[in-house]
Write a protein that binds this ligand. Structure first.
Ligand code: C2E
Ligand code: CA
Ligand code: CA
Ligand code: CA
Length: 290
């Protein structure tokens, strides 16, 4: 009887557990589905915006470029952050259409600047692995650039270190990167330090820029281990002839420390949050006078 009831209890517990688990799954699936549908809609209605975060030359304090960051602001709802919707867009393949919109939008922005007083400002955009592997990616980029007649050297693509080292299609990926490089597009490794790349891989990637992940910058200069890591990343970039950007710089102390150790560019809330294009001119002025 005891054994029976233990069995019964175990079954009951497991049934409950299962019910709970499947309920949780359903809620999550539901959430994903809602976002996926919303994204499809947003693509149709072009319900996105790009905001631009300045990248500042550490020695002259001049803004040399911006990173374009995607914003989804559904008409009647609160905006949903990219950390939530980008992974879903990647999973569902919607990132291809969204990414094409981002590329075209950035190119038109470059074109507008080229026709006015901002002819030298570069734009970096985030490109996910799914996009890089899509069949017509480079063709799309090439055609868009040709149609717009912008200087290709002003466009930079950021790819995460995690993607670059984890892709199983190394050869295809390399071939795509080489083609982009030949087009004149600059290539950056994003979130550097979080993705376990090897020196052999670094050596073989046609990369112009290393972006040191914010997590290494956060507690500079006090954290001596992070400081040691950041110093060696800057040296590595220097020795490989790459440009190095420190991401997520929030304080003057961090800035001073990075300046002292020879970082080239910084990006972060200390200088500016990502802003709408109409605000950029003013933001650039403020940074110069900071
Ligand atoms: P990311 O490429 O690493 O971009 C940097 C993120 O850090 C941005 O968040 C930016 O607003 C934020 N950030 C910059 N400076 C600071 C700082 O000083 N302090 C803090 N706390 N945060 C800072 P955001 O805009 O929410 O974007 C998050 C991620 O979403 C991006 O990380 C990128 O992986 C992805 N993402 C954004 N736009 C796009 C896009 O157009 N395409 C793709 N594929 N991914 C995108
Ligand atoms: Ca980025
Ligand atoms: Ca990053
Ligand atoms: Ca990131």
């Amino acid at each position: 009887r005891n054994a029976d009831s233990a069995m019964y209890q175990a079954k009951r517990a497991s049934a409950q557990h299962f019910a709970f688990y499947s309920h949780a799954l359903t809620a999550q699936a539901q959430h994903q589905w809602t976002i996926e549908n919303g994204l499809r809609n947003a693509i149709e209605q072009q319900d996105f915006e790009l905001v631009y975060q300045p990248k500042v030359a550490i020695d002259t304090q001049e803004v040399v470029g911006v990173e374009a960051l995607l914003r989804w602001t559904p008409f009647d709802k609160a905006s949903i952050p990219p950390n939530i919707f980008i992974p879903i867009a990647e999973e569902t393949g919607l990132i291809i259409a969204i990414g094409e919109w981002v590329i075209q939008q950035a190119i038109s922005q470059l074109q507008r600047w080229q026709n006015t007083n901002r002819r030298e400002l570069s734009i970096a955009i985030n490109v996910s692995g799914r996009q890089l592997h899509s069949q017509h990616f480079t063709e799309f980029v090439e055609t868009s650039l040709e149609a717009a007649q912008v200087r290709t050297g002003l466009l930079e693509f950021e790819m995460t270190e995690e993607y670059l080292v984890s892709t199983t299609e190394t050869e295809t990926c390399l071939a795509t990167l080489e083609r982009l490089k030949i087009l004149g597009i600059r290539l950056a490794i994003d979130d550097f330090g979080t993705g376990y790349s090897s020196y052999a891989q670094l050596k073989n990637l046609p990369i112009h820029t290393l972006k040191i992940d914010k997590s290494f910058i956060d507690n500079l200069p006090e954290d001596s281990k992070n400081l040691a890591i950041v110093k060696s990343m800057i040296n590595l970039a220097d020795n490989l002839g790459m440009q190095v950007v420190a991401e997520g710089v929030e304080t003057h102390k961090q800035l001073q420390c990075l300046r002292q150790h020879g970082a080239h560019l910084v990006q972060g809330f200390y200088f500016a949050k990502p802003v709408a294009p109409e605000m950029l001119e003013q933001t650039i002025e403020e940074i110069k006078n900071k």
